[in-house]
Design a protein around this ligand. Sequence first.
Ligand code: AHR
Length: 518
Amino acid sequence: MRSNSTNILVILCFLLTLPVFGQQKVMMAVQPKEDAPTISRHIYGHFAEHLGRCIYDGFYVGEDSKIPNKAGVRMDIVEALRDLKIPNLRWPGGCFADTYHWKDGIGPKEDRPSILNIWWGNVREDNSFGTHEFLNMCELLETEPYLSANVGSGTPQELADWIKYTNHPAGSSPMPELREKNGRTEPWKVTYWGIGNEAWGCGGNMTPEYYSDIYRRYATFTTNWNNSDGLVRIASGASSSDYNWTEVLMKNIPKNLIEAIALHHYSVIDWGAKGPAKNFSEEQYFTIMERALRMEELIQKHTAIMDKYDKDKRVALYVDEWGGWYEVEPGTNPGFLYQQNTMRDAMIAGATLNIFNNHADRVKMANLAQAVNVLQAVILTEEEKMLLTPTYHVMRMYNVHHDATLIPIEFDSPEYTFNDQSLPAVSASASMDADGKVHFSLVNIDAKKTQMIELDVTALNLKSVSGEVLASAKLQDHNTFDNPNKVQPKAFKGAKLANGKLQLELPPFSVIVLEATK
Ligand code: AHR
């Protein structure tokens, strides 16, 4: 039998969960853990391919441009990405990488040969943006380069030479001598090396068995016996739910030859009918969010396979291509993948980054596709004009999680229901940075409903809270060159902290990031 006081407690607990103004509260509780992983800042990485207007007429406008630039690189883009604290940049592809011969892109520009960019619009690639231009640009951006090497149509020798050219000390062998001759004495010291891209498709249409053999061969010539150079070699990974790909690679590649395995997952309605980037329906929004939230299951299942072969988690999972993919903007080159970016993209970004944060024990890098003017870009340009997309704002709001310690949050999400289907409406992640500040990032993807959130933060002993919100009147809202600040974050003053509880309202399709101090 229950005592009277127990009964009162049960009734009180019940009352607490009752709808507030017709709406159930979302009860969350933080569960700090001693052995919680660090959220690698590299989860917030980017990707720049020789595709459409990402490099040429994007990052790189050439030294003679009237747009302010340093060695041809647009300085407004550099400043915006520095504000984002961009941790790494993957280059030169993508599919382009497996057609790229890096030696075409060094030396005097007038002597560099042209090639045809067969994957992206069959345009002439004049190789005026090559290894020096990219690695010097990374220095300007204060970011780490991630070079994606050509396995599909290249050779192990080409890859080995590229590593020596970029990394070995001046004068130590012919490749660093060539680098010096081309104007750069000090090596750039590139840590991240992709061994091919999408080897199952544009990277060579290989089987996982064949690719794992090829991988072993290429990886052998990247470094010395024990990889004392500390290179991170990234195997070309699975497409979405191709679990067999991960299984075969994890089984066949010896652990001393691999530091990371990739995964690519795009949020696309249907490859034959992708739907518009701006004027989409709620049904299309719902489907895209379903695709985006699949990332949770994909990471869980690929991780489970990796755990079987690598229980100590030595090999990291790098989601080195992700984002929303729609039809190109009307009137633009279909091969250039130029699309606008709306509040829907902010929802993809917020929810996906929460998933990555919460899997920080295995996911150590991710690269949004792509940085400028391509797919889910953070920056769009039109001649001298530049705008920051809603996705940019989410990435900037979330950069407080870089290298912070994950604080797991437990809760049951309410459902976002459309027609007869439903998705979890709310996603969240939290971390504590080196100064002891705690950050919460919360996303509500529901197109109509506000969510009432109550976070039990007793365990953290917090004293004050402030925040920022990204919200807008319509899901389709986006920034344009005439109205570049239509969607932008605002200060959020609606969070109340009292008696170990943090309470707030999360508007429909919004992202809120809170900072709390002890
Ligand atoms: O990001 C565009 C393309 O998508 C990349 O080149 C390729 O890797 C993927 O299929």
